[in-house]
Design a protein around this ligand. Structure first.
Ligand code: ADP
Length: 574
């Protein structure tokens, strides 16, 4: 006899597939790392080039500023007449100095920046002066120049500059020293000025020059590419261009000895990177790469889950084949055994013969029921399941089904109790409803104890008809109540027990009831056990038309009346 072969993922193939998926994820991760690394080194190279440009610009700024400052000082020092401190009208200030502010000093408006002096070195006395400075500054000039002239002014020097802080403000002194024939310092001529107003216009002017080669910047102005700043040794800002860019790409140049120590800084505007470096500053691809990696990881996980499902399904199908064969074999063996007994005339009495025939009938019913379930399941799998609904007296149909189940129940000494509300009609496929009830009854008998009472009831709930089957078995825990409807699923306790089953009965029930637009769920029965409930739409009652509702009856004890009550919390789970 040919054996039925179902596709099954074998263990080594599964391991290979999982390994391939993990490898592909690892390869993606390596690629992402390489891409990120390439982008990072590109960025590092571009940043380095930009930093070099910033340093170059800072050097230009520093060198030109220094030269321009010395130029300004020279032109002020060598004003005609200034060396001798002639009449004020005799001198004209260079343009860059003349632009500076004026202040009122001793009732007179004077140039705020320049205080000219002639200092007699031997007796540290100012013999002539012009301009106006606070008293402390004047005293500082006398002290500083007297000491500097004697100890620091070199013979070859054309003039000297000194920057010092008076109060909180930096001051500049520039002077020329005269010596007598023996070389002793006699007189110092020069000027003092607050350093910031003196130097700021020069810094400002230079900051607008070409600090970077025009071939690089094109027509773009400095302001749009870089910002400039000059600080002194104490970190005081002497000049800062109007626009300041974040100090991310910077270059610096310092003159620790010049004008008390100056530091020139240039910051390149990050957005201008595209103008200065081909391709600009590459943006970090990390978020995109991480996103892609996450997507890839998710896909791998989904694929693994799908694979596991496939594997699980293949296993379940294979289990199904073996369990269905097992289920078929037991009744078939019974049928054969009792048929043989009858054929060989081994029965001792009429009663025994009848008993054998009853068993054959009961097992044949079970086989039919089993085969119908398999057929229905297969039809549903292939989407071929069709209903033929017709108006049906629910109580009558339920009673009929329960009666046809009598022999199977009797074999386990199970008593079927009916709690039926008469006169309820619904349009249903009778075969489907019968199969549903037989499945539920079969489970109630199969999983419940021998000699138990199984209740089957029906009632109208709003526009629906509700049918329930209640047993006194072990029941179904909350956590399993959703899964029992899945094809091939059996509770662990039953899968490992001697109770035969294939796990398709309840999935057929759910599928048939859903096709009716109804619902089915399970809950705890009041005296232990499980209560399965089915609800079908479109109920009509005879009482709607003035009919009478009859009391419920017991199938095996037709005379006993039981008051019908509608169970179920209404919490549907399927
Ligand atoms: P089976 O062929 O195993 O009975 P079903 O689909 O009918 O398959 O049921 C699925 C599983 O649900 C069963 O294996 C059993 O573990 C559990 N089950 C079904 N009905 C009952 C019940 N009345 N009492 C306890 N457990 C049940």
């Amino acid at each position: 006899m040919p054996t039925l072969q179902l596709p099954r993922i074998r263990q080594p193939r599964l391991v290979l597939l999982v390994a391939l998926l993990i490898l592909s994820f690892a390869a993606t991760a390596v690629l992402a790392y390489q891409a990120q690394d390439a982008a990072r080194s590109h960025r590092v190279a571009a940043e380095r080039a930009l930093r070099d440009y910033a340093s170059f610009a800072a050097m230009n700024f520093a060198v030109h500023s220094k030269e321009a400052l010395y130029g300004t000082i020279t032109s002020v020092l060598y004003q005609p007449g200034e060396m001798g401190l002639g009449a004020p009208t005799a001198y004209t200030l260079p343009k860059s100095v003349a632009r500076r502010a004026t202040i009122t000093c001793g009732g007179k408006v004077v140039d705020s920046t320049l205080y000219f002096f002639r200092l007699e070195i031997p007796d540290a006395r100012i013999s002539r002066e012009r301009g106006c400075v606070p008293h402390v500054v004047r005293a500082w000039v006398v002290d500083t120049v007297s000491v500097h002239a004697k100890h620091s002014y070199k013979r070859a020097q054309e003039y000297a500059t000194v920057v010092g802080t008076v109060g909180a403000e930096p001051y500049l002194i520039a002077y020329v020293l005269k010596r007598d024939t023996t070389g002793k310092p006699t007189t110092a001529f020069g000027f003092a000025s607050p350093f910031i107003p003196f130097a700021k216009p020069t810094f400002k002017e230079i900051a607008h020059w070409w600090l970077l080669p025009p071939s690089l910047t094109g027509e773009v102005k400095n302001d749009s590419i870089l910002s400039a700043r000059v600080t002194d040794s104490e970190g005081r800002v002497l000049y800062a261009s109007a626009l300041q860019y974040p100090p991310k790409i910077t270059g610096e140049m310092s003159f620790p000895e010049t004008f008390g120590g100056l530091k020139f800084s240039i910051a390149i505007r990050p957005e201008a990177a595209g103008t200065l470096v081909i391709g600009g500053l590459p943006r970090s691809r990390l978020p995109v790469l991480l996103g892609l990696l996450a997507v890839c990881g998710t896909l791998v996980i989904v694929a693994l889950m799908q694979l596991r499902r496939e594997y699980e399904l293949a296993r379940l199908r294979s289990d199904f084949i073996s369990s269905i064969s097992h289920e078929l074999r037991t009744p078939l063996a019974q049928v054969r055994m009792f048929a043989e007994t009858l054929l060989l005339g081994r029965v001792r009495s009429e009663q025994e013969a009848r008993r054998s025939l009853e068993i054959i009938d009961q097992e044949a019913r079970r086989l039919t029921h089993l085969v119908e379930n398999v057929l229905q399941f297969s039809r549903a799998e292939r989407n071929l399941s069709r209903l033929s609904p017709e108006p049906t007296d629910i109580a009558g149909h339920v009673r009929e089904t329960a009666e046809s189940f009598g022999p199977i129940a009797a074999a386990r000494q199970v008593q079927i109790r009916l709690e039926l509300t008469e006169g309820i009609f619904a349009t249903v496929d009778r075969g489907a409803l019968r199969q549903t009830l037989l499945n539920l009854l079969d489970n109630a008998v199969k999983y419940g104890p021998t000699g138990e009472v199984v209740t089957i009831g029906s009632a109208r709930v709003g526009d629906d008809v509700r049918i329930w089957v209640e047993d006194r078995g072990p029941g179904i825990t909350e956590s399993e109540r959703d899964r029992i409807w899945d094809p091939f699923y059996r509770l662990q306790r039953d899968a490992n027990s001697a109770i035969a089953g294939s796990g398709i009965g309840l999935s057929v029930v759910r599928q048939l009831i859903r096709q009716h637009g109804g619902s089915v769920w399970v809950e705890d029965a009041p005296n232990g056990g499980a209560r399965f409930l089915v609800e079908l739409p479109g109920a009509t009652s005879r009482s709607d038309r003035g009919g009478v509702t009859s009391p419920a009856t017991d199938a095996s004890m037709p005379d006993e009346a039981v008051a019908p009550a509608v169970p179920g919390r209404g919490g549907r789970s399927s």
